[in-house]
Design a protein around this ligand. Structure first.
Ligand SMILES: [Zn+2]
Length: 302
């Protein structure tokens, strides 16, 4: 795992001071060591489309830390004394290149501090699949189209929810033990037309298999949708959600709080699918990320 570290101290908030600091920052190599103990580090320093990056901010006297990426705020959490961290998702269709992340903090004596770091996004070679199906297989009538639009709006509203409190803790669990039947990011081309990429992972599951919460969270969606069938979305706080689709049964109520490992439903084949499986997805800061990336993420600052 690569890590990019740089530190920057700003006592002087005048224009000249800021300019000088910025100039120093631009001149500095990524491994430039700060005279002060405040640092912002990204791990990994380069991330693939659909990946997750951990941002760590450290400084002895830090009190409040916040950040944003392209007008979306990034939630930071205290890890240990003088260390804050955030997880940032990179959407699977994010253009490769550099993204600027801005981190702001306040010290105990109310001194403000701001730092921008560049995150490099690398192109990922997602799997591709071409299918030919009878045109009737794919036909959607007007009523279904309206229903799909409404359901999409419901989901989009969820991703905009900003629950600042972090409910998740420690590593995430795979919701059931099955292997992958359809990978994250798969590009499907049906009858010559490219579809939106697969926003989650399909896990092999037998009908009725127990589906468990990947981490602590709140049930913010428990509904039957056209494509995703019986669907559950868990809000883990701090802009992180996981979703569980095509269930045969629900075992939780809307707005219920769940603990990591709790059975939340049973696998099935509801919605538009050809066989039983679990579609497991994750959203982080609005980005569609590979849920398997969460398995290594921990909330204890390690
Ligand atoms: Zn799927």
């Amino acid at each position: 795992m690569e890590s990019l570290s740089a530190g920057w101290k700003t006592k002087n908030k005048t224009g000249a001071g800021r300019f000088l600091a910025l100039a120093l920052c631009l001149l500095a190599s990524p491994s430039w060591a700060a005279s002060h103990s405040r640092t912002v580090s990204l791990a990994p320093a380069q991330v693939f489309q659909g990946g997750i990056v951990r941002i760590t901010v450290s400084g002895e006297d830090l009190e409040e830390v916040g950040g944003f990426l392209q007008n979306r705020s990034i939630a930071f959490f205290p890890a240990q004394a003088g260390v804050y961290f955030a997880l940032l998702g990179v959407d699977l269709e994010q253009k490769p290149g550099a993204l600027e992340i801005t981190v702001r903090s306040k010290s105990k004596d109310k001194e403000k501090w701001e730092r921008s770091v560049l995150l490099r996004i690398k192109k990922k070679a997602f799997a591709r699949e071409e299918l030919t199906v009878p045109p009737s297989f794919d036909r959607i009538d007007e009523a279904a189209r309206k229903r799909i639009e409404k359901e999409q709006e419901t989901l989009d509203r969820l991703w905009a929810l900003a629950t600042p409190r972090r409910l998740w803790d420690g590593g995430f669990l795979q919701p059931l033990p099955g292997g992958i039947s359809s990978p994250f990011g798969l590009r499907r081309v049906i009858n010559g037309y490219p579809r939106s990429p697969h926003g989650g992972v399909d896990l092999k599951a037998s009908l009725g298999a127990e589906v468990r919460a990947a981490n602590h969270g709140r049930v913010v969606l428990r509904e039957e949708f056209f494509f995703s069938g019986k669907s559950i979305v868990l809000d883990h706080g701090g802009g992180l959600f996981t979703m569980y689709f095509h269930l045969s049964d629900f075992a939780v109520e809307q707005e219920g709080l769940v603990r990591k490992g709790d059975v939340i439903g049973r696998a099935g084949m509801s919605g538009r699918v050809t066989g039983p499986h679990l579609h497991w997805g994750a959203r982080l800061n609005g980005a569609r990320v590979d849920p398997f990336e969460l398995l290594g993420a921990t909330g204890n600052g390690q």
